[in-house]
Design a protein around this ligand. Structure first.
Ligand code: MF3
Ligand code: CO
Ligand code: CO
Length: 293
């Protein structure tokens, strides 16, 4: 594990690996929301910095170092570090890896896709965001998967407003991706977030008609669909973390932390100029090149 300077405040699990099991409040105070904008900005900035270094030949551990240093330089603690024992400062999930890939000495290869998932803890709260990047020249089917997965995340976010229900988010995501023949991972879902990394609030990315939880102003949660080219099923590696598609076909993911406002929603994981990684590195669904726009 990389070290974090002593002056940086740590979440409660940093030493033990075990997060608090206390029930989190569902509605954030104005002070908490101000802090969450800071945490979201720090995570978004770090994700962009990592994205600028994604290229053939770089190892995922080097991406981890870049993200770690960006978060620490901003005064934040990399939330994944020792979260339930996770050993790294961010997650890197390549090709058929759905989520929670552990950065290591593997070099990215031309044609890979890699999701980088960054979470920063600062001012007592977390900001959580991810983007799938193209590595060099990527085959058109994978480019389309990445572009459509980004669209799916935004489709889910677009229905977030007071009075909407949690199930509306999954419905919008299904309507966005199922016509393209993709499948939606069910085992991993969005989550409430605030002073805890993951609260008990669950945000499925598929339509669950029984989930009638009403969205209220001040709720904060992630929308982070994992979309597969092939079957929806997943399998766990024997490292206890890395999640793969069961059929080894490719998968993509994007994530933002979202606030329910009085009249809609606000993205919390945006940099100061408002252009997050998923915008800066956006790809056309029918394009085939990996250059940032
Ligand atoms: N950032 C991931 C999420 O979106 C969680 C990573 S937890 C870890 O919820 F332990 F795997 F790092
Ligand atoms: Co998350
Ligand atoms: Co995340």
């Amino acid at each position: 594990m990389r070290t974090v300077p002593a002056g940086i405040a740590r979440p409660e699990y940093a030493l033990t690996g075990t997060p608090s099991s206390r029930q989190a409040r569902a509605i954030r105070t104005d002070d908490e929301l101000a802090a969450m904008r800071v945490a979201g900005r720090v995570a978004a900035d770090a994700l962009i910095e990592v994205g600028r270094h994604v290229r053939p030949g770089i190892t995922t551990d080097e991406l981890d170092r870049i993200g770690h240093e960006a978060m620490v330089a901003a005064g934040s603690y990399p939330s994944t570090l020792n979260y339930r024992g996770f050993p790294k400062s961010l997650c890197t999930s390549v090709n058929e890896v759905v989520c929670h890939g552990i950065p290591d000495s593997r070099r990215l290869q031309d044609g890979d896709i890699v999701n980088v998932d960054v979470t920063a803890f600062i001012e007592g709260v977390h900001g959580d965001t991810s983007c799938t990047f193209l590595v060099g020249h990527v085959d058109p089917a994978s480019v389309a998967l990445v572009a459509r997965t980004r669209e799916a995340m935004h489709a889910g976010i677009s229905v977030v407003r007071p009075g909407a229900r949690v199930r509306d988010i999954g419905k919008a995501i299904e309507e966005s991706v199922l016509p393209h023949g993709y499948s939606i991972v069910r085992e991993f879902i969005g989550h409430g977030i605030g002073d805890q990394f993951h609260t008990s609030l669950q945000i499925p990315h598929y339509y669950d008609p029984r989930n009638d939880t009403v969205l209220l102003p001040g709720m904060t949660f992630t929308v982070e669909p994992m979309i597969n080219l092939g079957a929806a099923g997943v399998a766990m590696w024997d490292d206890g973390w890395t999640v793969s598609t069961v059929d080894r076909q490719r998968t993509a993911q994007f994530e933002h932390t979202v606030l329910v406002t009085e009249d809609g929603h606000e993205l919390l994981t945006v940099p100061a100029d408002g252009r997050p990684a998923d915008v800066l590195f956006a790809v056309d669904p029918v394009g085939a090149d990996a250059r940032p726009v």
